[in-house]
Design a protein around this ligand. Sequence first.
Ligand SMILES: *Cc1c(COP(=O)(O)O)cnc(C)c1O
Length: 417
Amino acid sequence: MHHAFSTRAVHAGRKDLHRLGVHAPPIDLSSTYPIPDLSEAAASLAAMAEGRPPLGNPVYARLHNPTTARFEQGLAELEGAGEAVAFASGMAAVSACLLAARQRGDHVLAIRPLYGGTDHLLASELLGLQVDFVSPDELAAALRPTTALVILETPGNPTLDLVDIAAVVEIAGQVPVLVDSTFATPVLQQPLALGARLVLHSGTKYLGGHGDVLAGVVATDDPAWADSLRAVRVATGAVLHPLAAFLLHRGLATLPLRVRASQAGAEILAGRLARHPLVERVRFPGLPGEDPLGIVGRQMAGPGAMLAFELSGGRDAATRLMAALRLITPAVSLGSVDSLIQHPAGLTHQVVDAAAKASSGISEGLLRLSVGLEDPEDLWEDLARGLEASQAAAPLVRFEAPHSSLLTGSRMRLARG
Ligand SMILES: *Cc1c(COP(=O)(O)O)cnc(C)c1O
């Protein structure tokens, strides 16, 4: 069966529905399951504790859930993977990968920039791993016999830096490579086909797509890694709730449409931002000069719908811009049907080491925009208003004719300056 991606997005993970005699995937909310046969249930539990699928009886919801399993099957099909393992959040998925790596060696190499939470977890000594942050150029020299994982993100959060996955896989050799592909989604990029061992998504973002679900998922072709990840999930309990799994599974059907439509909007907005006199730089893989490795068209089917832009006025200008918006919501997170804007240095990447922030380009004037499905003209009108307001003098005009004589002098002077 060689159906196109959009066809698979609609049908993936629904194989058992016909047999069940239903059209929509049923939501199984059981926390426990009746045990008619002790020895059968005991054998099933033993299998699941080692990360294998249940032998019939799911026994308990921390071990297995059929609604979640359908979403996992669907996502695996879209990534061209044998299996996928879902978690309670993207960070739970990252933690599980690091714990599974810890069983194979105590050293991890990480390529910055990474999502702030991932960077923070790696930089902390919470999981007992030794972590070196490297650029792709430094990777070969940094590999050790105990290196259990190379972790990278492309496009990177929040600067949209692109990494050549196949090149990193080649340098890493036997060492498995984990790609956080949250920004790209399987619509635009399929890292396993390029040799990555693991592909991870914060399902909270495009997969869910409507800003109402927290989730993470890891897809792999390696049965030993899939078993390890499930065993870690059983042991730590970071399971995805079946209602969330249902919403994620439903989200897969419209994923290609949502990603392509918001990408079309992002292309328009990135071009206009790049021509705006108050914008110093726009980071968007579709703009000339922003894709030095030629990733778009080769590794990625398109530039995606995330962009970041830099204002010369620093954090104050960014704050004024966000305050003036009426349509785009100032909020962290991304990949929703509605557009969201946020200030990485102050929010998502606040926890990142100051020197690393500087070298990754996470400046005080940088704003990250997740372009949603609104009409691009309406989004541009909002952004143009925000840019106008980002100029320092603008808000003070309101004080031109104050009633209080006490305040008049100083504010009048500010309004003129
Ligand atoms: C949001 C995000 C995460 C973390 O996911 P949560 O669901 O918030 O735990 C990891 N990686 C990237 C690239 C993200 O954007």
